[in-house]
Design a protein around this ligand. Structure first.
Ligand code: FAD
Ligand code: NAP
Length: 545
């Protein structure tokens, strides 16, 4: 872009599930839009995370858009849990079908955004030297888009190749005949380890915290299931939106402590066999709030691990004991535990023998040197706040977002943050986001924001800003509901615990999707209660369309 800084109505940062829908929805309002995306194309998560075994763990037919009934009827998923390439094909199809690429500038990262109080607009700068302004700024930058390397000495000295699951090479990686090390056993590690083990000469897994994972029971979708689903698509979508986690799940009625051992065991066995994330978590109504109840689920999974893994010592090392079941995000896997029965797989507990350094030839722990040709960092993300604190945000009165959030993120509804007018965050901290089916959360947020922008423009209002009172009350509520649960007991990325120095705050909203939706609707119906709306100072708002 050259010449005078161009002005737009809306700037959308990110082109994953959220950014793409934001373009579609905001364009329908007749607004001028500029999109920026750091990646070379659309897809977000599914553009970046191309590691072996990457797939969704919310069922494909639920993990997709609902905004277009025609799209829903025309697109057919091939597997219960779609692979990364298939999800990326879907997002490309959506981008083509709705002509969404035309306003997006790829390979461009937003590096700074400053609120211009006089003009009531955002002035935005990118790493390619673009300078643009917009009345509204939509951060569709994702909760899990900033990959995080481990803090280990000597990484730069390694003579072999290093990969991060969240920045996987597009041409793929062939591990045949190579000695591979994987560091990390969250969802990305758990999905990739069985696939890498089948290819590599030898695989060494460096585990800091064993996670709870359940079999995905993935399979091709049969024609009848697809036809049934399509016939009931609208009805199911409504039920999803009314459900606690954006997925239709039968609500449990019983406490895990209120049934006898045999019934409890039978229920867990059924839940295990559902091949879903929620099966076990929703087996009883108190697993996430009562430690004794939770222990029964944790012990059930540990017994399953012992029944799968041949070597009792390895089984014990794989058994989670330092956090309650479900309080770090649980995982779905294909053959994860059985992979440790392979001759070519070694599990190293790096709590017992910590990693000391990466050396030119491999990984050194306090007990051993492991010679490796390649290392995979499955070490996760600076989740939720990372992508929002990356750019240098300056709000009203010159206040920096990094300073305002120094003790943890502060938002109203997870959508807005006080002192940063006209800034909308999709699935921000303080919203249900990562605790629910994100396709549902994303559509919800984008719809709410688009309605809000339409409201402001119809009334000739220049800006909307959350009040600190409303924000404080919301932050208190988010903490209050989190503290009723066992979630704060785990050192999870939900708590920011995976990033040294990050404030320990439970970031997502765990009050459930319907409750959250009710609040959002109420706020809008009440003329945006908790926000300050400012009229344009001149009869004409700043040039924006
Ligand atoms: P993203 O897809 O993360 O897209 C954000 C985009 O913003 C990225 O492309 C990034 O490059 C861009 N961006 C960020 N900052 C900037 C900047 N400053 N300037 C320019 N561009 C920027 N959720 C589920 O509900 N179900 C699942 O099964 C599921 N599986 C997952 C599997 C993996 C491997 C991962 C990592 C996450 C998974 N998630 C899942 C969560 C997933 O992130 C969301 O479901 C969804 O894809 C998020 O979409 P988004 O558009 O909000 O963000
Ligand atoms: P993650 O859950 O944060 O896991 C990272 C792993 O790396 C953890 O086991 C962590 O150990 C370990 N680790 C980090 N730094 C380390 C170090 N210095 N030394 C040793 N180990 C270290 O990240 P992720 O697996 O990428 O998943 C993140 C989220 O993305 C998931 O929770 C999920 O929401 C989403 N996701 C979903 C799927 C899916 O199945 N659809 C797949 C991938 C990702 P600690 O636990 O001790 O910190």
């Amino acid at each position: 872009m050259t010449g005078a800084p161009p002005g737009f109505a809306v700037l959308v940062v990110g082109a994953g599930f959220a950014g793409l829908y934001a373009h579609h929805r905001l364009r329908a309002l007749g607004l001028t839009i500029q999109g920026f995306e750091a990646a070379a194309d659309v897809g977000g998560t599914w553009w970046w995370n191309r590691y072996p075994g990457a797939r969704c763990d919310v069922e494909s037919m639920d993990y997709c858009y609902s905004f277009s009934p025609e799209l829903e009827q025309d697109w057919t998923w091939s597997e219960r849990y779609a692979t990364q390439p298939e999800i990326l094909r879907y997002l490309n199809h959506v981008a083509d079908r709705f002509d969404l690429r035309r306003d997006i500038q790829f390979d461009t990262r937003v590096t700074a955004a400053t609120w211009d109080e006089a003009a009531q607009r955002w002035r935005v700068v990118t790493d390619r030297g673009d300078r643009v302004s917009a009345q509204f700024l939509v951060m569709a930058t994702g909760c899990l888009s900033q990959a995080k390397d481990p803090e280990i000495d000597g990484i730069e000295t390694f003579d072999g190749e290093i990969f991060h699951t969240g920045r996987w090479p597009h041409e793929g990686v062939d591990f045949t005949g190579r000695r591979v090390g994987v560091i990390g056993t969250g969802s990305s590690g758990i999905q990739s380890i069985p696939v890498i083990a089948r290819q590599a000469a030898h695989l060494t897994v460096f585990q800091r915290t064993p996670n709870f994972t359940m079999p995905a029971k993935n399979a091709p979708l049969d024609q009848q299931a697809i036809a049934d689903r399509k016939a009931r698509a609208r009805e199911i979508r409504e039920a999803m939106r009314a459900s606690r986690a954006g997925i239709v799940v039968p609500m449990p009625e019983h406490s895990a402590l209120g049934v006898d051992d045999e019934s409890r065991e039978a229920l867990y066995a059924r839940a295990w066999d559902t091949g879903t994330l929620y099966g076990m978590v929703a087996a009883f109504n108190d697993l996430l709030i009562n430690r004794d109840a939770n222990d029964t689920a944790a012990e059930y999974v540990r017994a399953r691990i012992r029944s799968i893994v041949d070597d009792p010592e390895v089984a014990e090392r794989l058994s989670p004991r330092n956090h309650p079941f479900g309080t770090k995000r649980p995982c779905l896997d294909t053959d994860y535990y059985a992979t440790y029965n392979r001759e070519n797989v070694t599990l190293v507990d790096v709590r017992e023998t910590p990693i000391v350094a990466v050396t030119p030839t491999g990984v050194r722990t306090s007990a051993d040197d492991f010679e490796l040709d390649a290392i995979v960092f499955a070490t996760g993300f600076d989740a939720m706040t990372g992508p929002l604190l990356g750019p240098d945000f300056t709000g009203a009165h010159g206040r920096k977002l990094r300073d305002r959030w120094a003790a943890g993120p502060r938002t109203y509804l997870g959508i807005a943050t006080a002192g940063f007018p006209n800034l909308f965050i999709v699935t921000g901290p303080g919203s249900p986001s990562v605790l629910v089916n994100m396709a549902v959360a994303i559509e919800h947020h984008v719809d709410w924001m688009a309605d809000c922008i339409a409201y402001l423009r119809q009334r000739g209002l220049a800006s909307i800003d959350a009040t600190t009172e409303a924000e404080d009350a919301w932050v208190d509520h988010v903490n209050e509901v989190a503290n009723v649960t066992l979630f704060p007991h785990a050192n999870s990325w939900y708590m920011g615990a995976n990033v040294p120095g990050k404030p320990r705050v439970f970031m997502p909203y765990i009050g459930g999707f319907p409750r959250y939706d009710d609040v959002c609707r109420g706020v809008a119906a009440d003329d945006y209660r908790g926000f300050t709306l400012t009229p344009a100072t001149s009869p004409e708002p700043a040039p924006s369309t």
